[in-house]
Design a protein around this ligand. Structure first.
Ligand SMILES: Cc1ncc(COP(=O)(O)O)c(C=O)c1O
Length: 397
């Protein structure tokens, strides 16, 4: 059994804050703080350029990638870290499209994160007028898969509502139609059990700054199935994906397997933070995490629905169809969220009307969740959210 009281002590959360961020940024693991301080002082400070070899900086993307891989059902040697998620989406899509040269359609859904759609659109423009991004409603994805589709590009858990796609089912349907699938696991990795190998996934990408707690701007990851890894040709063919980067050849030759999905210099300090952050996961069973996450979500839904009838649940009630977040709709969602944050309960607002709450058993207790629901409902019934300062939109919402 996972000891969630213990994992909670591994985070440095500010006093008096209940952190239900939905999840755009995980909190600071104590180990990450120490590790980054050491990486700066002892590695960068003392080793200088020799740190690339002496401190193993060059191997961090693959070594840390394997640790992330364990949490998403990926075999060792199939995940590598680097760049941002938007870049990794582009990279996976471009590689997948090239494996289906006779097809021209990328299929996605309107619940996808806009950056994924923008990247796909940009890639289509680069490839030429024959290429098109087609989007359908999330519920219509399965029926829209046909033999024109080259790549199905899906974010498993909807960033707004928390609705979850059925990964194994969509992969089976896409493969039967001859298409490949790129999964965005931004709201899945560290949030729910994922079994990439078991589901026969082709490509997957995700970020580390949400449920994996690597800190703001932490690197993304990319997974390529071993059956494809030596076939794909990276569109972003940077020198660190080359077979021999330090030969400085003028011609590009892709590196072996997942190494070819590296692009340029890895973000060493962010990778050090992530490496330490992953220590929290060493004693965590994903099945325990899922069970506790659903319990906390159900508790929150029940309490909020009982006391705040003005909030409309946007998250599916069915456990199989949700991730690790609960969202409610309200036309004044922005102001309500600002009032809540002012009272120490931190969630997210997502336009146009979503109040989003993330449930992370690693550091959230049942008491936190009950208290957060009570504060939210008190703010609603008292009307405390309707103050001018809560209506002023900041740059980052
Ligand atoms: C589902 C999803 N995809 C892509 C992105 C973009 O990630 P990045 O800003 O790291 O490129 C995000 C960011 O929150 C996201 O939630």
């Amino acid at each position: 059994m996972t000891d969630f009281a213990h994992t909670r002590t591994m985070f440095d959360l500010p006093e008096g804050v209940i952190y239900l961020d939905g999840n755009s940024l995980g909190p600071l693991p104590r180990a990450a703080k120490d590790r980054v301080a050491r990486a700066i002082a002892d590695e960068w400070g003392q080793m200088l350029i020799t740190g690339w070899n002496k401190a193993g900086w060059m191997d961090l993307p693959a070594r840390v990638g394997d640790r992330v891989g364990r949490l998403i059902g990926a075999q060792p040697g199939t995940v590598v870290m680097g760049d941002t998620l938007s870049i990794k989406v582009y990279q996976a899509l471009a590689s997948a499209l090239e494996l289906r040269p006779e097809r021209r359609v990328i299929l996605s859904d309107t619940g996808n994160f806009p950056s994924d759609l923008y990247m796909a659109d940009g890639l289509c423009r680069t490839l030429g007028p024959d290429y098109a991004l087609k989007t359908v409603a999330p519920e219509a994805v399965e029926d829209a898969i046909d033999d024109h589709v080259a790549v199905l590009m899906i974010t498993e858990v909807d960033y707004r509502t928390g609705r979850k796609h059925d990964m194994a089912r969509l992969i089976a349907k896409a493969h039967a139609a001859g298409a490949l699938v790129v999964w965005d696991l931004a709201h899945s990795a560290g949030a729910i059990p994922v079994d990439l190998a078991g589901a026969n996934a082709d490509f997957a990408v995700g970020c580390s700054y949400k449920y994996l707690n690597s800190g703001p701007g932490g690197p993304a990851f990319i997974y390529v199935a071993p059956r494809l890894a030596d076939k794909v040709r990276p569109a972003l063919s940077g020198w660190l994906g080359h077979e021999a980067p330090f030969a400085f050849d003028l011609d590009y030759r892709p590196g072996a397997g997942i190494e070819r999905m590296r692009v340029g210099t890895p973000p060493v300090l962010q990778l050090a933070a992530l490496d330490a952050a992953l220590d929290v996961w060493d004693g965590v069973e994903m099945s325990d995490l899922r069970a506790r996450s659903l319990e906390l979500q159900d508790m929150f839904i029940e309490r909020v629905e009982a006391a705040c009838p003005d909030l409309t649940l946007a998250t599916p009630r069915d456990h199989k169809s949700r991730g690790s977040q609960v969202s409610f709709r309200h036309a004044q969602g922005y102001a309500i969220m600002q009032a809540l944050i002012a009272e120490g309960v931190i969630g997210d607002f997502r336009a146009p009307d979503i109040l989003r709450f993330g449930f992370t058993p690693l550091y959230l207790s049942r008491e936190d969740v009950a208290q957060a629901a009570d504060i939210l409902c008190d703010i609603m019934t008292s009307g405390r959210w309707d103050r001018p300062e809560f209506h002023t939109r900041a740059k980052v919402t």
